[in-house]
Design a protein around this ligand. Structure first.
Ligand SMILES: [Zn+2]
Length: 256
């Protein structure tokens, strides 16, 4: 049966002599796998629309195991993400998180638009900020929103000093012992985290947080996401080699 959907290419894999298997996050069916026949041939009409990060309108033929891309028309190629190494690293990280946390065939227009918003903000040179907002919102849409308003242990609103547990929430001074390892957050990072989760995505570009605040949130979210995942991300070493000169892993260990 033929169906139409907009979609974003998350991943591609060579298949056969000239084909590709693509992983697409579609608007109507969520994550799907689809074959693009002949898409590695230079003159093939599917070559462009099946590049990683491309946002396109697809006509697909559903199959038993794999769907097949019948037609595709590019809406936004996101070419700049394939031309720039740092943008590519962020794009691959975002795509892999979507891939890892979503089962095939579970539609989520919230996640669909979140990916588009993240790529758009990232392409304006704000990938570190966009990616932190993406991580928090992805978890929210999947039902794993970290508890940021009040203490995970006792429910009070922490004041003065505050910690983050990889189990998904903030902690007060009294409760932090029960949740080791914990990561101390500055009040600024805590406020920013709440805004990244709740502000309108289009308004995030107005925020101009310091690198220090972004680093703190990166460390907290890294711990939380790793705690939620069964295996390490393949895209993370590449991203960290480009964008985490201070050695994120080492700093998490120190905090433990
Ligand atoms: Zn507490």
């Amino acid at each position: 049966m033929l169906y139409r959907s907009e979609g974003i290419i998350l991943r591609t894999q060579d298949f056969g002599e000239a084909d590709k298997i693509t992983t697409i996050f579609t608007k109507s069916k969520g994550k799907i796998s689809a074959v693009a026949n002949g898409a590695r041939r230079v003159r093939n009409r599917l070559l462009g629309p099946t590049q990683i990060f491309t946002y396109a309108r697809f006509i697909l033929l559903s199959g038993k195991n794999l769907d097949t891309i019948s037609q595709a028309e590019i809406i936004n190629s996101n070419q700049e993400m394939r031309d720039d190494l740092e943008k590519m690293a962020y794009g691959m990280y975002v795509s892999e998180l979507v891939d890892v946390f979503n089962e095939e065939g579970v539609a989520s227009t919230e996640i669909f638009y979140l990916i588009l918003d993240t790529f758009a903000l990232g392409n304006r040179g704000l990938f570190p900020l966009a990616t932190r907002a993406f991580e928090l919102r992805l978890m929210k849409f999947l039902g794993y929103q970290p508890r940021l308003e009040n203490c995970l242990g006792c429910g009070i609103i922490p004041s003065e000093r505050i910690w983050f547990s990889r189990e998904g929430g903030v902690l007060c001074a009294n409760c932090k012992q029960q949740f080791t390892p914990v990561i101390e957050l500055s009040l600024g990072a805590w406020e920013l985290m709440k805004r990244l989760l709740t502000s309108d995505f289009s308004r995030l570009s107005i925020l101009r947080p310091s690198q220090q605040l972004l680093d703190e949130i990166e460390i907290a979210m890294r711990a939380y996401l790793d705690f939620r995942m069964e295996r390490p991300l393949k895209s993370l070493p590449f991203l960290m080699s480009l964008c985490s000169p201070n050695g994120l892993t080492r700093r998490i260990e120190v905090n433990e």
